[in-house]
Every structure is written in structure tokens, then in C-alpha cells.
Design a protein around this ligand. Structure first.
Ligand code: GLU
Length: 291
């Protein structure tokens, strides 16, 4: 039997905080408990926000926490070709379409709609769904606009993707860290509308790179924060469309700040580097996470 594969996949667009420490250490503990392997993946497709300095900070913080991972580390910015190949497949199968509406266009469409007293659908993050009108633009007109340099993003035709599945779309989620029981969760990708799969300048997105890499790296167990629980619906749909294997999932609790909100990368005081500089030890970080 092959060993289970876990991964911790931070983005170097800010400093790691206590929430990342919880994620990394939970991955490590669960991998150890089942004799699994732990991979580290640097999710740096957003080349404008990710920096080598933040990446160096990730290695410093994780080493300080005594996390150990397998080499080589996969850096997503070095694998755009793999994501592009997956995008091409989705294009060939008619599952993505070029979406040309700007933020302003979307706002205007929603305002017109909501003026009639109805509510425009919003995704689990509160962002309005993309209006579906671009789905019906002819191939010729799409080509004309793209050739003319119009800005656009590739969006998933979520309803079409779902229509191609014979069965139910689900995911397997452990109920707790002992991995004793898994529950079957019904995925609901429609709640996201037509998500962005790739941009004109970057041939991928968070969702696309994650599913491609999890499959390429043989990840069997995805352990990450609850903030990504609903994203699993989109990722399961993409796995089905790209015929990729289905990992099992565990979404752990989030570490909240004193204001009861999710920690952010701009809150310096819960940053791991700041805690280290303030004289805290990895053991005291672990104690902070137990509460
Ligand atoms: N790179 C993502 C983040 O930093 C995590 C991706 C994942 O675990 O699926 O939030």
C-alpha cells in the first residue's frame, strides 16, 4: 500500500501567522499518525503579490516550528505549463468561456436587476455571481474580441460542467482529527456561479492549480482551514471534469483574533516572525494554538 500524502500549501503574499502554524502542524501530526508523507507547496501564481522575501520567511518560520517536509518543494510559478494544459483541455471540452465583463459592467448589470426588487445571487464569500450573458457570445465574436486585445478571464461554465456528470457530486470529509469517521458531503458548486479558472496573463487560478497539483503530487489527504471548506465544491467539480482522483478532506478550525475575526496577513502581532522576535518559542506557539 502506498503511504498517504499530505501537503501544506501557503502563498508567499504575506507573513505566516498563527492560523498557518495550526494548518502546518495539523498536517504534520495527522501525517505522522498514519505513517504518511508531508509535502510543502509554494502557491505563488499571483506573481504581482508573491515575493521571494515572503517565501524565505515561510521557510524560516516553518523550520523554526520544526516542521519537516520532503524535497523538492513544488513552486507553482515554475509549472504554468501544467496548468495551461489542463486549461486547454477544459477549453476543448467547452467547459470554460472567455468572460469580458469588467467589474463596472457587472455592477451595472446587478443594479439593473436588483432595481426590479429581486436579489442577485452571491457566492459564499459574498461576491456577486458573474452574469452568464457571455456564455452565449459566438465563437467568432469571442475570437474577434480576444484578437483585438479585450481584457477577459476564462470562467467555468458551472451549470454545463454539472450537467455532464452522471452521478452526484460529493466529497469525503473527516469529522475530526483522528480520521476515524468520514462523512459524505454533497458538493454545491453552483453556489459559486461561474468561477475564474484562468486569466489572460496568468493561465491558471487558485482552483485550477490546486487540483492539478494535488493530483500530480499524489495528495491523498487535504488538510486546510475552514475558510476553504466551500471552495472544495468547485475543486471537486474540476477534479471530475479533468478526471483526477478525489482526495479526502479535513477542514480544521480557524484561529481567530481578539476581535473574533479570522487572522489576516497584515495583523503583525499574530505573525510567526513577530512572535519569534518577541521571544516566544515554538512550544509557546503550540500552547497558544491549544486554546
Ligand atoms: N494557498 C492557499 C492559501 O494560502 C491554500 C490552498 C489549499 O490549502 O488548498 O490560503
Amino acid at each position: 500500500m502506498t503511504a498517504p500524502v499530505f501537503r501544506f500549501a501557503p502563498s508567499p503574499n504575506g507573513e505566516l501567522h498563527l492560523g498557518h502554524a495550526l494548518s502546518a502542524l495539523t498536517n504534520q501530526r495527522m501525517a505522522k499518525a498514519v505513517g504518511g508523507r508531508l509535502l510543502l507547496r509554494i502557491e505563488d501564481i499571483d506573481v504581482t503579490r508573491c515575493t521571494p522575501e515572503f517565501e524565505a520567511g515561510i521557510f524560516r518560520d516553518l523550520s523554526w516550528l520544526e516542521l519537516t517536509w520532503e524535497e523538492p518543494v513544488r513552486r507553482q510559478s515554475e509549472h504554468f505549463g501544467a496548468y495551461e494544459a489542463a486549461l486547454e483541455r477544459l477549453k476543448r471540452e467547452g467547459l470554460v468561456y472567455p468572460a469580458f465583463m469588467s467589474r463596472g459592467d457587472i455592477r451595472a448589470a446587478i443594479m439593473t436587476f436588483e432595481a426590479t426588487g429581486k436579489t442577485w445571487p452571491r457566492d459564499p464569500d459574498g461576491a456577486p455571481h458573474y452574469p452568464g450573458t457571455d456564455r452565449t457570445i459566438s465563437t467568432r465574436e469571442r475570437k474577434r474580441r480576444i484578437d483585438a486585445g479585450a481584457p477577459f478571464a476564462w470562467r467555468l461554465d458551472t451549470a454545463e460542467a454539472l450537467a455532464r456528470l452522471d452521478g452526484r457530486l460529493n466529497w469525503l470529509e473527516w469529522t475530526d482529527e483522528t480520521m476515524g469517521t468520514t462523512t459524505d458531503v454533497a458538493a454545491d458548486p453552483l453556489q459559486w456561479g461561474d468561477v475564474v479558472i484562468a486569466r489572460r496573463e496568468i493561465p491558471t487560478s487558485y482552483h485550477l492549480s490546486v487540483v492539478v497539483d494535488d493530483a500530480l503530487q499524489g495528495v491523498s489527504h487535504v488538510v486546510r482551514g475552514r475558510d476553504l471548506y466551500f471552495a472544495t465544491s468547485v475543486q471537486r467539480l474540476l477534479q471530475e471534469m479533468l478526471r483526477l482522483p478525489q482526495p479526502t478532506y479535513f477542514h480544521h478550525r480557524l484561529v481567530l483574533g481578539p476581535d473574533g475575526r479570522k487572522l489576516s496577513k497584515s495583523q503583525r502581532d499574530t505573525g510567526l516572525a513577530a512572535l519569534r522576535e518577541a521571544g516566544e518559542s515554538p512550544q509557546s506557539v503550540m500552547r497558544m494554538l491549544q486554546t
